[in-house]
Design a protein around this ligand. Sequence first.
Ligand SMILES: C[S@@+](CC[C@H](N)C(=O)[O-])C[C@H]1O[C@@H](n2cnc3c(N)ncnc32)[C@H](O)[C@@H]1O
Length: 189
Amino acid sequence: MMDFPPRPTRLAQQMVGEWLCEGDVAIDATAGNGHDAQFLAGCVGATGRVLAFDVQEAAMRSTSDRLREAGLDERVEFHLASHARMAEFAEAASVAVVMFNLGYLPGEDHALATEADETLRALNAAACVLKSGGLILVVCYPGHAQGADESACVEQWMNGRAADGWRVAKYSMVGTKAPAPFLMIARKP
Ligand SMILES: C[S@@+](CC[C@H](N)C(=O)[O-])C[C@H]1O[C@@H](n2cnc3c(N)ncnc32)[C@H](O)[C@@H]1O
């Protein structure tokens, strides 16, 4: 039976699946084990392109192995680099979707989690490379100290975009004992 409500990561993929078209360019800003990169590569089709970023070699290896096994690796550029550098690899106003799944890679060093300042730099870069009508999706984990601070920064950044005329939404469970992971989505005007 499906989780209810759907996890933020699943909700993000559902929304992206309805948004992306064959031939689009999409970015997985936190490649991890490559689940989102594989999903994006399926959505953009053979004529599309996915740029996947991660700072951990183990994550890049895991992502490229997954994409190769799925026969989708030719659609993906793998960048062992911070997502804050995405504007060096994608043209301004060319990208349809940028996905972030913050935090750390399960089973790996928790010290290699995303960090608020770098995430904010990456969000600003994402806003530049995104085309008009494109989406930025961020799954945030406020349930631990570092994640709480980062989640608050992301929400503040999103509020700023809403004030600039972007359409912004937040999806979260309510009534949980610990702060629940949440999804934020912003559409560029
Ligand atoms: C929760 S995991 C992502 C899971 C992934 N989306 C998947 O589908 O398997 C978060 C990832 O962000 C990566 N990360 C941390 N700082 C980063 C940065 N500055 N730029 C890019 N990736 C970063 C971590 O190495 C980790 O692999």
